[in-house]
Design a protein around this ligand. Structure first.
Ligand SMILES: Cc1cc2nc3c(=O)[nH]c(=O)nc-3n(C[C@H](O)[C@H](O)[C@H](O)COP(=O)(O)O)c2cc1C
Length: 181
């Protein structure tokens, strides 16, 4: 894996989240870690010097939320489509109930202040900047409440500054870009 600059990335963020999905992970080598599949999120610029940021949405019931809340950083991993079965499993079963990561055979790498997977194609290391719990009274349209929150299990929104990006190859890079050595 090579470190790359966010300005050299090239992909469709809609399909990256919505179709390819990502693994959102947090934790450390001492007290443990957890991961879950996500398909909701945003990538863009916010604060600082138009800093590259990721926004993710974690329901309050997710075990991964405890790790994200306890740690300074979280990671986002884009996986090859050959891992779809594992991603579906990690997005269906809770780490409260099973050692999910061991069952998938994925290799956790504890580095850069967080945890990510050696098998990832692309890794975004994010430092938490902001978190806010969604509240019923803040919705302008009732549609998302009806569609997504019949049980009142609202998401917490996290903004993370993308501190480091690792790429396995040039799949997500602008043509002609060499990953930084
Ligand atoms: C394709 C897919 C996308 C998902 N996207 C999200 C998401 O964006 N936010 C979220 O809170 N849960 C999402 N989930 C659900 C969690 O991944 C799932 O509940 C997981 O089992 C939580 O694991 P945990 O309890 O170990 O954290 C998604 C699941 C799948 C299969």
């Amino acid at each position: 894996m090579k470190e790359v600059n966010y300005k050299d990335l090239r992909f469709n963020p809609f399909t990256l989240f919505g179709n390819e999905w990502m693994l959102l992970s947090a934790g450390n080598g001492q007290t443990g870690c957890n991961t879950m599949t996500i398909s909701w999120g945003h990538l863009g610029c916010l604060w600082g010097n138009n800093d590259p940021t990721a926004v993710v949405y974690i329901r309050q019931s997710r075990y991964t939320k405890k790790f994200v809340d306890e740690e300074e950083r979280f990671s986002l991993c884009v996986m090859d489509k050959s891992f779809k079965k594992e991603m579906l499993y990690l997005g269906t079963v809770s780490g409260r109930d099973e050692d999910k990561i061991a069952k998938t055979g994925l290799t956790p790498v504890y580095a850069d202040g967080t945890v990510y997977f050696a098998e990832a194609k692309l890794v975004l290391v994010c430092k938490k900047l902001y978190a806010v719990d969604m509240k019923k009274e803040d919705f302008i349209s009732q549609e998302p409440i009806v569609q997504c929150y019949p049980e009142g299990d609202y998401h917490t929104l996290y903004v993370g500054k993308i501190e480091k990006i690792l790429a396995r190859d040039d799949e997500y890079l602008r043509p002609g870009t060499c990953p930084a050595e």
